[in-house]
Design a protein around this ligand. Structure first.
Ligand SMILES: Cc1cc2nc3c(=O)[nH]c(=O)nc-3n(C[C@H](O)[C@H](O)[C@H](O)COP(=O)(O)OP(=O)(O)OC[C@H]3O[C@@H](n4cnc5c(N)ncnc54)[C@H](O)[C@@H]3O)c2cc1C
Length: 331
């Protein structure tokens, strides 16, 4: 497949009938990219019960929305999505395809690239068009450096990190076209079956990527009980709890808490790093936070270099005292 030039196609993941924030952030990026590559911004949404999805996606910047509304798509399943998605991309012929750097997107995008015989750049923070060709910027060497990659074939597929872009303010009056896709999926052709799906329990119902306050815990918490205090504080401030990979490796908290290069990306108003050394692999997932405050017993800890405020001390004494103070203030 070569010389696709029909704008930018965004694969928007849905949660129920609502797009996830990352989908809206990618629509903003797509709008900016079409200034250079021309053509429309096409949003593609797979799911079940997506009656209102079209208008929402148009208000956030899509020119046309292709809806694949089918109960086979109520949950993400790469094998089920691929036949329809590949066909849509061949028909639309976009220059660039943006997929979220989420659990689903990182599963989907490489398979999609293989099917279409094109290239994919995963974990991108920026996409720019230089001399008519998309250039993708992403972290490399464990987050210590940035590399820019470009491809000869089109469409270029890129997975985009959460919070690397800002969603547009929705304009309800924006007009666009909503089309319903006729699925070519043969359910009998799916070789894998999802037998169980467990929804991640967000602290106080706040999802890490959309929380204004994220509290990250590391080995300096001293054990799993340290996370109980972090969860308590998060509930008090409507925040979410994350962790370093080292803490997840020791099962002090669920794996889904992991922030960093091989975990989730957050950019809250406040990131409170507790007992975290500040390895580049961790900072790759939280370095864009507006304010970083860290608590560490080692005054020379690397994390202090990225922090606006630092507290040198024992987290096992500071965190319970902090919880107590917040409780008093709230009372
Ligand atoms: C390919 C690759 C990918 C990786 N991806 C990730 C990733 O996605 N996310 C991630 O986090 N890591 C990742 N890592 C691991 C990363 O390099 C670090 O090993 C990890 O982040 C360290 O976790 P930590 O800060 O909890 O532990 P440590 O580095 O051991 O730091 C613990 C900190 O706690 C402080 N401390 C100790 N006791 C106390 C106390 N009582 N009170 C306060 N502070 C205290 C110490 O001074 C220290 O600074 C990756 C590594 C590789 C090789």
């Amino acid at each position: 497949m070569t010389d696709n030039n029909n704008g930018v196609l965004v694969v928007v993941e849905m949660e129920g009938n609502q797009p996830i924030d990352l989908g809206l952030e990618m629509l903003a990026l797509a709008r900016r990219l079409t200034d250079s590559v021309g053509g429309p911004v096409t949003a593609v949404a797979f799911g079940d019960g997506l009656e209102t999805a079209g208008e929402v996606l148009i208000s956030y910047g899509a020119d046309q929305v292709l809806i694949n509304d089918n109960n086979a798509f109520s949950n993400f399943h790469a094998e089920a999505w691929l036949p329809d998605l590949s066909k849509i991309i061949v028909e639309v012929a976009p220059a660039i395809v943006l997929v979220g750097h989420s659990d689903a997107g990182t599963d989907l995008a490489p398979r999609l690239a293989f099917r279409l015989d094109v290239d994919v750049a995963t974990g991108c923070e920026a996409v720019d068009v230089i001399n008519g060709r998309p250039h993708m910027t992403r972290g490399c060497f464990g987050g210590l450096a940035r590399e820019v990659v470009t491809f000869a074939r089109s469409p270029a597929i890129a997975t985009i990190r959460s919070k690397s872009q800002e969603a547009l303010t929705p304009i309800i009056e924006r007009s666009g076209e909503v089309k319903h896709v006729t699925s070519i999926l043969d359910v009998n052709s799916i070789r894998t079956r999802v037998v169980k799906r467990e929804r991640e329990k967000a602290v106080g119902g706040v999802k890490m990527e959309s929380a204004k306050v994220v509290i990250g815990g590391g080995l300096g918490l001293g054990g799993p009980e340290g996370f109980k205090t972090l969860n308590e504080i998060a509930e008090l401030v409507d925040g979410a709890v994350g962790a370093s990979r080292a803490a997840c490796d020791l099962d002090w908290c669920p794996r889904s808490y992991q922030i960093g290069l091989s975990g989730r990306t957050v950019a809250p108003e406040l990131y409170l790093a507790v007992g975290i050394s500040g390895a580049s692999h961790h900072m790759a997932g939280c370095g864009n936070s507006k304010t970083i405050v860290s608590i560490n017993s080692d005054p020379k800890a690397e994390i202090f270099k990225s922090s606006r405020f630092g507290i040198v001390g024992n987290s096992q004494e500071i965190m319970p005292a902090l919880a107590e103070e917040i409780r008093k203030l709230k009372a």
